[in-house]
Ligand binder design. Structure first.
Ligand code: PRP
Length: 180
């Protein structure tokens, strides 16, 4: 185990089981749809790759990079699109946004709104991790891998200062790392 990790929250085996379950749910729901996975960079890359490998429905893949800014006093905010989805055929596509984690809920709340406004046929969301305690806007992902407590987690795509994304498990970061 990496020396900066205090405890493992989800092992490789647990992650594999979660991804298998989510892929089966998605296959069940998208059998007759035009599935496009929209992976949100950078955190969701490992989850997206694992999920793609298990989904049996024909699926396309797209990437977006966004950052959301919200104030404490408003339930809305604004979203800055750093890498956009460029498709002319949105009205024919069933988009499934793939995220590593939902925290305040702002990113997915704004992004689902944006893609619906642009006329996508359908927009749903799948997240590997959900921290419901941290929610600042009302948002419920359609598919959730695991609900986790409000701890500083890294690995399986999630970073601290751009590091630890490559860990194959989800772990709680040792406080020494970020209180130094
Ligand atoms: C993280 C995560 C989500 C968002 C969730 O991305 O991947 O996109 O934050 O937080 P929210 O629910 O409070 O909006 P981050 O901005 O850290 O970028 P990264 O994926 O490149 O690490």
């Amino acid at each position: 185990m990496n020396k900066d990790i205090k405890t493992i929250l989800l092992s490789e085996k647990q992650i594999d089981d979660i991804v298998t379950r989510l892929a089966a749910d998605i296959d069940r729901d998208y059998a007759d749809k035009r599935l496009v996975l929209v992976s949100i960079l950078k955190g969701s890359v490992m989850f997206t790759a694992a999920l793609m490998g298990k989904i049996q429905t024909n699926a396309e893949i797209e990437f977006m990079k966004v950052s959301s800014y919200g104030s404490q006093t408003k339930s809305t905010g604004c979203i800055s699109v750093l890498l956009d989805l460029k498709r002319e055929d949105l009205a024919e596509l069933d988009l499934l946004i793939v995220e590593d984690i939902v925290d305040s809920g702002r990113t997915l709340n704004l992004l689902t709104g944006l893609l619906r406004e642009r006329g996508a046929k359908s927009v749903r969301t799948v997240t590997m991790l959900d921290k419901p305690e941290r929610r600042e806007v009302s948002f419920t992902p359609d598919y959730i891998g695991a609900e986790i407590p409000d701890e500083f987690v890294v690995g399986f795509g999630l970073d601290y200062d751009e590091k630890y994304r490559n860990l194959p498990y989800v772990g709680v970061l040792h406080p020494d790392v970020y209180t130094k």
